[in-house]
Design a protein around this ligand. Structure first.
Ligand SMILES: Cc1cc2nc3c(=O)[nH]c(=O)nc-3n(C[C@H](O)[C@H](O)[C@H](O)COP(=O)(O)OP(=O)(O)OC[C@H]3O[C@@H](n4cnc5c(N)ncnc54)[C@H](O)[C@@H]3O)c2cc1C
Length: 388
């Protein structure tokens, strides 16, 4: 399956391909050293910025490239095909939803200060929405912000903050209205991660690495000028953020796994496993690979549909949940196939491709950004019209 490409788009694809091959980092992203990881991400973002490839979806008046949805898709396909560094690094969130949220909902001072820093890689952003008792039920969050003069004084705790230990700013959602006010009385505020009273504690994941953090707020003072939108009106700003988080920004990861599957198929053709863990015979392996590729085709069709909706200026609606659900479960299928195919060789650390790391990481896929059960609820209620 291929999207229709005009001569102009083909030329654009060539331009992207050439630039990526000439400029992508030659070394791999460091695994364990936080400072080295941040330095790597910052340098790669700076390279993209200098080359005019930062903020590809951002409007030019904010330093972006203002690419069309089709061009963004081409960028994602070529980025994955060139085996560039992981798309979801410490600069991802600023580029893909904190920055776009500020563009749409921030005031001029917030835009003028933050957008250039996000673009050139100087500032990395994380998201402080989930709490120990408020994940799927985000409106149940209790981290409190009290207005005191020109500041909000914040107390409480967030959890699962991706890259919290590497980031400079956080999109922080707090309760400023009465307790129990659900979606009302929430405020979306920019939090400086170096604020006094703020403590970041990294969490070790299944793969032994640190992707997420707990963040504690003990009388953290945040200037009122950091509120995005209005005090107590943060739910609507959050919906703007989710619109970007669940939209075309996900295509980068999707394209990466398309490539990983094709690499696996090539590997299976070249070197059929002598003893495949969990595989009785090659026919079973062939069937699993074939099924995974059929799923990839369906996901690609869904991705093109989302691009078409985007071109038509229509919101993605429940397609975002269909995509999220199908992708998260399919990624787990592909990473499991990788492990079974490569066998014991996949188990040693530092392997390229990072089969085991990808497999362990894929467990998070059906949790982060809304669990598989929550996506099914959304599809059932909004797409199929089933009762709540
Ligand atoms: C790798 C990773 C990265 C993350 N990054 C961030 C981040 O950067 N910032 C951030 O704010 N958060 C982040 N999260 C948190 C993530 O958004 C939450 O973990 C997720 O929303 C689920 O919330 P929870 O963990 O509280 O689980 P719960 O909401 O407590 O869910 C527990 C179980 O109950 C099920 N369940 C809950 N409600 C329903 C329902 N109504 N119907 C059916 N089943 C239900 C869930 O599906 C799940 O199986 C991340 C999580 C992971 C795993």
């Amino acid at each position: 399956m291929e999207a229709v490409e005009t001569a102009e788009l083909r030329h654009f694809r060539e331009e992207v391909r050439e630039w990526l091959h000439a400029n992508k980092p030659r070394e791999t992203r460091p695994e364990a050293d936080f400072a080295a990881q941040r330095a790597f991400d910052r340098a790669w973002q700076r390279t993209k910025f200098d080359g005019g490839w930062a903020g590809i979806a951002w409007p030019p008046e904010y330093g972006g490239r203002g690419l069309s949805p089709t061009q963004q898709l081409i960028w994602s396909e070529e980025y994955a095909a060139a085996h560039c560094p992981p798309v979801t690094d410490s600069c991802w969130l600023g580029q893909n939803h904190a920055g776009p949220t500020l563009i749409h909902r921030g005031d001029e001072a917030q835009k003028a200060f933050h957008l250039p820093r996000i673009q050139n890689g100087e500032a990395a952003w994380c998201q402080g929405f989930s709490e120990p008792n408020a994940g799927s039920d985000l409106a149940g969050l209790t981290t409190r912000g009290e207005v005191d003069g020109e500041h909000l004084v914040v107390n409480g705790q967030k959890i699962w903050t991706s890259f919290g230990h590497l980031c400079d700013y956080q999109e922080l959602l707090i309760r400023t209205g009465p307790p129990g006010g659900r979606h009302r009385g929430l405020t979306w505020v920019i939090c400086d991660m170096t604020s006094p009273g703020l403590t970041v504690r990294p969490i070790q994941a299944l793969d032994g690495l640190y992707h997420n953090c707990e963040v504690f707020y003990d009388d953290v003072r945040i200037p009122l000028s950091n509120v995005v939108g209005e005090i107590d009106q943060g739910w609507s700003v959050t919906m703007t953020t989710f619109g970007f988080e669940r939209g075309p920004a996900t295509f980068g990861l999707l394209c990466k796994v398309f490539i990983e599957l094709e690499d696996l198929i090539a590997y299976a053709r070249a070197a059929p496993p002598a003893v495949g863990a969990g595989l009785d015979e090659d026919a079973a392996l062939t069937e699993r690979l074939g099924f995974a590729r059929a799923q990839a085709q369906a996901l690609r069709a869904l991705m093109y549909q989302m691009v078409s909706l985007d071109i038509a200026g229509e919101p993605p609606g429940s397609e975002g949940s269909l995509m999220r659900l199908a992708f998260s479960e399919w990624r787990q299928t592909v990473t499991r196939l990788g492990l079974d195919l490569r066998g014991a060789a996949a188990l040693s650390r530092g392997q390229a491709p990072a089969t085991t790391a990808e497999y362990l990481e894929s467990f998070a896929e059906t949790i982060q950004g809304g669990t598989a059960e929550i996506q099914r609820n959304i599809i059932g209620e909004r797409l199929l019209g089933l009762p709540r």
